[in-house]
Design a binder for this molecule. Structure first.
Ligand SMILES: Nc1ncnc2c1ncn2[C@@H]1O[C@H](COP(=O)(O)OP(=O)(O)OP(=O)(O)O)[C@@H](O)[C@H]1O
Length: 317
């Protein structure tokens, strides 16, 4: 269990994390989401005792990271998959870490198996692909058999097979009763991996919700309708806040009415429907909407307002 209470971090004038409170519970994968610069890495570093909060606190299983006598058994972390001595083999890297933290050698082979690095265990890490580096990062995080895992962007740069592998592994680890927190700036990926979401923007909490609730609450879904008289149905559906777009071939895209309501109106007027499909608005879109005001870096707007037209007095109209 990870508990953050009014956690804040400033770097000089810059506020990276502001009054952030949340709880990450065991038994589920929790996605930590936010646009670039939202404060995810800073928060994770504070969870792991690598950065001190300016105010507030964060605990793992009831204690600050630094107060755990054997933190590697408590929390496994992957912050930067590449921050590993490149001249060593994967196995030697893990053996060295195990030796300095009192972890038995057999655990090294176990984690190599878990992450599927058996064939590359004796290869120098410097020759690893990004995907292999991510696997080694996860093996390192798992070495102490920790109850809590904190992973910063673990799917970054992985191929589809690697993404699927990591998704399954993280769900399995959570199903074993572990607390799993992973960050991402991709909502679509989180929706497939996580059960719970903590969304931040500019260091502040924006949402703390289950994935299913987020999906349910995603607004802007339209309904795709196919019928034998699109013109008549368009007229019947018209109303304030209703938008009906004709897509051709008797297909309409309707926003502002539920599929139930559309079906009832069509039935009342004996219009046969051959399709009535609610379209789930893209989760990525919903996430972008939610964090729109919190994006730190934005490309320059292309549609700039035209220059104000000066009046005869030389003042803008
Ligand atoms: N050591 C530092 N010194 C100064 N500013 C920092 C430092 N670390 C982070 N920041 C600033 O704090 C803010 C939050 O950064 P952070 O890296 O935590 O965000 P993030 O959500 O992890 O972003 P990304 O997805 O881009 O990694 C940013 O504005 C960043 O520039």
């Amino acid at each position: 269990m990870i508990e953050a209470h009014a956690l804040s971090k400033r770097y000089g004038e810059r506020v990276a994390v502001s009054d952030l409170s949340f709880t990450v519970r065991p038994g589920a994968v929790t996605g930590f989401l936010g646009p670039n610069g939202a404060g995810k890495s800073t928060t994770m570093r504070m969870i792991l005792g690598l950065d001190a909060p300016t105010s507030g606190q964060v605990t793992v299983n009831g204690r600050r990271y630094a107060d755990h006598p054997a933190p590697l058994h408590e929390v496994g972390a992957m912050l930067e998959a590449r921050a590993i001595h490149t001249g060593r083999s994967a196995r030697n890297h893990l053996l060295a870490l195990a030796a300095t933290t009192g972890i038995p050698r057999r655990r090294v082979d176990e984690v190599i198996d878990t992450v599927g690095l058996q064939d590359a265990a004796r290869t120098r890490v410097g020759r690893f692909s990004l995907g292999m580096g991510q696997r080694l990062g996860i093996a390192t995080a798992l070495l102490g058999d920790p109850a809590t895992l904190v992973l910063d962007e673990p799917v970054n740069g992985l191929d589809p097979e690697g993404v699927l592998w990591i998704r399954t592994l993280l769900k399995d680890l959570a199903a074993e009763g572990r607390t799993v927190l992973l960050s991402s700036h991709l909502m679509s990926e989180m929706a497939l991996t996580a059960e719970h979401l903590i969304i931040i923007g500019r260091g502040r909490l924006i949402a703390d919700t289950s994935v299913s609730e987020f999906v349910r609450a995603t607004p802007g879904g339209s309904v795709r309708v196919r019928c034998d008289d699109a013109v008549a149905l368009t007229a019947l559906l018209a109303g304030p806040d209703v938008d009906v777009a004709a897509l051709g071939g008797g297909v309409l895209e309707v926003t502002g009415l539920t599929s139930e309501r559309i079906g009832r109106i069509a039935a009342q007027h004996a219009i046969a429907l051959s399709e009535l499909t609610p379209q789930q608005a893209s989760l990525e879109q919903a996430f972008m909407e939610l964090t729109r005001d919190d994006v730190e870096f934005r490309p320059p707007a292309r549609d700039l307002d035209p220059a104000p037209v000066p009046t005869s007095e030389g003042q803008p109209a």
